[in-house]
Ligand binder design. Sequence first.
Ligand SMILES: [Zn+2]
Length: 244
Amino acid sequence: MPIVTTRSVVLQTHPYSDTSKILRLLTLDHGPQSVMAKGAMRPRSRLSGVLEPFADGSATFYLKPDRDLHTLSDFELGTERQALGRDLGRYAAASVLCELVLRLAPAEKDPVLFDVLTQGLDALLAADLEHVSGTAIAAIWMLVNVLGFAPDLSGCTRCGDPIETRGGRLDVREGVLVCEDCLPGGTSLPASEIHVLRRLTSGHIVVNDLSSRQLTLLVDFIRHHAAEGKMLRSLDFLLGEELR
Ligand SMILES: [Zn+2]
């Protein structure tokens, strides 16, 4: 029964009995793992109040091969991010980041994914109020990219037009752009929105030119392309919260 210590982000927690918790972690060295924190909800436990969503630290647990649930023996807190819970916009976006990792992360170790997740959570924590929305959308796009679902925004997928000046549409099922000439009928995005989309999907925080369409595009894209029908409750929350 090897004991391992690895940096970990707490993605989700569930109570288990009156005193214990089950944690879903993204670990740096062993990918996503579930651990049981026995006694963590006892008031005098040194882990009481530590094992909260979005926190990261150094987790020590017994890694049992062929088991889905391991036993946590220690967690040394690195960054607690409980302040994310005090602002609904930040909380909604952080929840989307964690739920995407829960649903879509590969089973094996992925240090780039780990970095993009922690950087996204830190950016949400640090953002000024007027930057929360742009930060959230950029951080979620970066995570979508590293999970392997990056949209192809290089130009019209049908005629090859670079879509610099005309309008177009993001095909959320295919994850590609189509120009308005190749997709007659229906609404298309003006070129200015496509430029903003390109900036956000490459991780740039957009403030002044940000419209509510960008949030809708991101949520539709995840629903239809990345999550492939899997329910992501946090997406509804994100939409309902109407990021500032
Ligand atoms: Zn075209």
